[in-house]
Write a protein that binds this ligand. Sequence first.
Ligand code: SF4
Length: 226
Amino acid sequence: MLDPAEIETLLARIRGRLPDVKAPAVKRGKDPFRSVVSCMLSAQSLDRNTAHASKALFALADTPEGILALPDGVIAEAIRPCGLYNVKTRNLRKMCAFLVGELGGRVPATREGLMALPGVGRKCADIVLHFTFGEAVVAVDTHVHRVCNRTGLAEGRTEAQTARSLEERLPDAWRMVGHKLLLAFGKQVCRARRPLCERCPVPDLCEAFQAGAVRPDLSRGAVTNP
Ligand code: SF4
């Protein structure tokens, strides 16, 4: 695992390679309920399919009471683009019933509160906290999880374990931009298959690269690394 000085160096170099990545501006008035629903729909779905499904569902209803009033078949048809629509319909209904029955319809603004909602896990809770409530937390998805474990920034077998490890190890100054930065790095450079190690700014710090544990794509040519 990287030590604190190495973590700072790693993040600063990644930042230097991806200068356009900015911390998210919290959209005032963004609806926490819509955020939770969209996050639930995003499981194992491409972003564009999630967007289609969310748009179709919110055109029918965008409150817990409104969704509860819809028949299952109508919900499932609306969210079909994001896949797993029967399971997601059941989870949405349970989540909405919990919100209405236990919380007066209000979406909690804490991680514990969000994770108490049926069907909402740590990643979804952290995404809502970060992008809707403006909290300085890093949501760990598959890309962030991979980057953390390859480099030694944090460790965990599951995304939730990595999230806990990262929370302990990430310097405060990087918590607002950390999610978008590591996500972009994971998508653009440290890809799941054939990462672009020859174009990476941190191969000397990356534990997986140093151990020969990754199969980089060598076809793209090297750039000058720090
Ligand atoms: S050296 Fe390769 S595996 Fe390591 S962080 Fe860079 S791209 Fe990812």
